[in-house]
Write a protein that binds this ligand. Sequence first.
Ligand SMILES: [Zn+2]
Ligand SMILES: [Zn+2]
Length: 306
Amino acid sequence: MNRRQFTITTACGLAGLATACGRKNEVIDIHQHLSYSGRNDVDFLKHQETMSITRSVLLPAASQLTMFSTHLGKSNGLAAGVSVTEAAATYAKNHPGKFVYFCNEVPDKEDAVATMEGWLKKGAVGIGELKFNMPCDADPMIRIFELANEYAVPVLIHFEHEMYNLGFERFHKVLERFPKVNFIGHAQTWWGNIDANHDQSVMYPKGKVTPGGLTDRYLADYPNMYADLSAGSGRNALARDPEHAVAFIERHQDKLCLGTDCSDIVGIGEACSGSQQIANLKQFSPSTKIQRKIFSQNARRIIRFA
Ligand SMILES: [Zn+2]
Ligand SMILES: [Zn+2]
């Protein structure tokens, strides 16, 4: 070992300098799924590698149940054939250093909290994505947020008007009730509401954004509210108004996390919304310092990576 190597090794031993020693090019994807619309594990791994993702968060589906909260079964598997927590746990275990996993369960299943607690004890690092037909502040959801509070893990929520996690306009009450739980907002209603003039029935709004929508305010006013940039909704939110995108990224630079949530097998080009969003972020981030926050540092602040 020469002197330079020794110096680097010593410096990297100090936790505070870890970022300078190897995480500079880290790209964390906080939103992906196994068995996503039939994609196999080999294609999934290739997809993540093609996008140059270094670490991914696996979000599993809940049990297959015919309940009102799963639209009588139609929304089982996160409505995309996604596999359950056990599959995510096994996959993460088999790919150490590359994948971590959250846990999931149908909120109003009788033993939902106990089941998720079991997974949190075994190593799940978060809860979600929660994508069920019930109010975002319903009693079963509150019990899940209490669990997240107890285990100090984040909760990722899919907000979609009249479909999943209803009552987005009341979510500030949850943020106030659980100030120590980090919530990560995702999907159409989350991203549509960056715009103060958002029509709640429109899933992928186009054109200029008027700042000050609910999402903009939740991010500005609540330290425990974060944003997941994944999927067509996240991509659209930036692409619809590039000028706004730059300002939005600037003002929420400590709250935005890269996620992809795409089910393609190519990992590149127009068919892959994740790679397109990565390109958007490289284009719209005001500095490489901010880009690094979005690509890795913000996620590291709220998710425990091994
Ligand atoms: Zn998803
Ligand atoms: Zn993709």
